[in-house]
Design a protein around this ligand. Structure first.
Ligand code: THU
Length: 138
């Protein structure tokens, strides 16, 4: 895994936690926030945006990625995902793993947690193994 400083990782998680306050989740009441550290040093956040047609819900991770790409950013160094309404760290769903794999290096740090002192650190290589995009680019 690419190593960032603890301070950078902690700040990124704090930002994801803060972003979760903007979650639009009136159906699940499950707030999620994501924060991406971009190669230019900026941080882009995203939240889950639900819909009364439940299947149209967009997860926080994909909201963050789509927002960043929409503003011209594609070089992503790390992502933090905060799930403050869970009592354990909730990992990205399968759809988000696919989308994360499109933009994140296989060994980029991905952290997810429900609290600052209850986080998991992982990578796309672990979350989405045998991914053709990464394997073919070796
Ligand atoms: N959700 C995310 O935004 N990201 C995750 O990693 C887990 C799930 C959202 C989708 C839905 O709005 C709510 O959490 C409950 O599943």
């Amino acid at each position: 895994m690419i190593q960032l400083t603890t301070e950078i990782e902690d700040n990124l998680f704090d930002t994801a936690m803060k972003a979760a306050e903007f979650s639009y989740s009136p159906y699940s009441h499950f707030r999620v926030g994501a924060a991406i550290l971009c190669g230019d040093g900026s941080v882009v956040t995203g939240v889950n945006v639900e819909n009364r047609s439940y299947g149209l819900t967009n997860c926080a991770e994909r909201s963050a990625i789509f927002g960043a790409v929409s503003s011209g950013k594609r070089n992503f160094l790390a992502i933090a995902i905060a799930t403050p309404d869970a009592d354990y760290p909730v990992s990205p769903c399968g759809a988000c793993r696919q989308v994360l794999s499109e933009f994140f290096a296989a060994d980029a740090p991905i952290q997810f947690g429900n609290r600052k002192d209850n986080r998991k650190a992982t990578t796309i290589a672990e979350l989405f193994p045998f991914d053709a995009l990464h394997e073919l680019s070796r």
